[in-house]
Write a protein that binds this ligand. Structure first.
Ligand code: FAD
Length: 415
């Protein structure tokens, strides 16, 4: 594509938006870039918000994607505390919350996702929090002190990480999960049981099969979470961590294809992060994208996905060859555990266990009926994670016996 005298507007200055702006410059885009973000701070990393930032082991500078001077130095017009409110595709313009209208040649939508709200009484009480932004994390951090009680509604990764951080700060934590095990949506039962026991041993109370009826308060402040079976889990703070919903409204209103079922939405894109309008790309948590290894579409809420799609969009706009599709991956830190996940366990019927669960150093390989490795969940096992990614990318077939045989090295397995 010719890149003379053109203007790229990026809506959303998060991990994907900040990264694509930098990549466009790296790949040779010399014309105007405007990066518009509704938060009052430059693009930053969210993963530490439930981990090192909560426990006080990360500084504000270490959260930033780039030092603030980077944007002016790279001639990226970063507008903070400003929203893109609508898109006019016919005119190729966007309207901003400060009433300005900007013309674009390419528009990159990178609006991320927001925490899913619970349609229950009491969610407006003081002390009921969510965890998506740095401002949310500051509120949660202020509430976690020795002796304080945190109820976490939702046993997903963010909930488990927040509970681990609460324990590190001396607060009591109870996880309330509707399903029969934590991580039910995202991991297999062996991993769920492992994390459940690990948290339990560190003083986290876990209520599974527990349906929340509502949040109860006194004088406008939460005092506890009421379960459908009548029990009250007393707390001063409740963190609602029940998933995320794509911020796709402006795309939807502009007539771009978006997921319509109740699966968190998402702007539909192809493997170059193009929407169905050739001038508009979408990247990061706000998208529903092809998962070529698994022959389906899906939403990936992860930093590696945000970076992969940023690279796809920047490469196409700058006339570079498309990057090869990557194996999706994700990580989570809880206590001294580093979990790394490669792939997605679609259609898996068996799990091979490599390593030692009791020593908290193992990897779980999810296998299809014909021996394809679909996903690898590795706890404190980086070699298995790296080898697993290669195996998944190559569609290599393995038997459970050979994976579990520790006398066969990971290098041999992945070769
Ligand atoms: P975001 O980073 O959410 O950025 C979107 C930005 O767009 C936001 O600043 C939003 O305010 C802004 N915006 C929205 N609408 C508009 C608009 N109309 N106009 C202007 N601006 C707008 N991933 C991992 O891989 N590993 C982890 O361990 C991990 N831990 C996480 C922990 C927490 C607490 C959270 C919240 C996320 C975590 N993630 C993790 C997920 C990861 O942070 C996201 O996948 C990543 O931030 C996605 O980047 P994004 O740019 O798509 O969205």
């Amino acid at each position: 594509m010719d890149n003379q005298s053109r203007h790229i507007v990026i809506a959303g200055a998060g991990h994907a938006g900040g990264s694509v702006a930098a990549m466009l410059r790296q790949l040779g885009w010399r014309e105007a870039i405007t990066l518009i973000g509704e938060e009052p701070i430059p693009p930053y990393q969210r993963p530490p918000l439930s981990k090192a930032w909560l426990t006080g082991q990360a500084t504000a500078e270490s959260l930033a994607l780039k030092p603030v001077q980077f944007y002016s130095g790279a001639a990226i017009d970063l507008r903070m505390s400003c929203r893109v409110v609508s898109i006019n595709r016919a005119e190729k313009t966007v309207a901003l919350s400060d009433n300005e209208t900007l013309a674009y040649d390419y528009l990159i939508l990178a609006m991320g996702a927001r925490a899913r709200r619970l349609p229950l009484p009491g969610t407006d009480l003081a002390g009921v929090l969510e965890l998506r932004s740095a401002a949310d994390a500051d509120r949660l951090k202020a509430a976690l002190n020795p002796g304080s009680r945190l109820a976490v509604i939702g046993g997903g990764y963010i909930g488990l990480e927040a509970a681990a951080s609460a324990r590190a700060l001396g607060a009591a934590a109870t996880i309330i999960e509707r399903e029969s095990r934590v991580l039910a949506r995202v991991a297999g039962p062996i991993l769920s049981n492992f994390f459940q026991s690990f948290h339990h041993a560190r003083g986290v109370a876990i209520e599974v099969d527990a349906q929340v009826a509502g949040l109860e308060g006194t004088g406008g402040r939460i005092v506890g979470v009421r379960l459908v079976d009548g029990r009250l889990i007393p707390c001063e703070t409740a963190l609602v961590g029940v998933g995320a919903v794509a911020n796709d409204e402006i795309a939807r209103e502009a007539g771009l294809s978006c997921e319509t079922t109740d699966q968190g939405g998402g702007i539909v894109v192809d493997l170059a992060s193009r929407t169905d309008d050739m001038a508009i790309f979408a990247i990061g948590d706000c998208t529903r994208r092809p998962l070529p290894l698994y022959a389906r579409m899906g939403r990936l809420e992860s930093v590696p996905n945000a970076l992969e799609q940023a690279k796809q969009a920047a490469s196409l706009i700058c006339g570079k060859s498309s990057p090869l599709p990557e194996v999706p991956w994700f990580w989570s830190d809880q206590y001294d555990l580093r979990l790394q996940i490669a792939g997605l366990p679609f259609d898996a019927v068996d799990i091979a266990v490599r390593g030692n669960l009791d020593a908290a150093k193992f990897a779980l390989f999810h296998l299809t009926a014909d021996g394809n490795v679909q996903a690898v969940e590795a706890v404190n096992a980086p070699t298995e994670f790296m080898g697993g990614r290669r195996i998944i990318a190559r569609r290599k077939r393995l038997t459970r016996a050979v994976i579990e045989d520790m006398s066969v090295s990971m290098q041999e397995l992945a070769a």
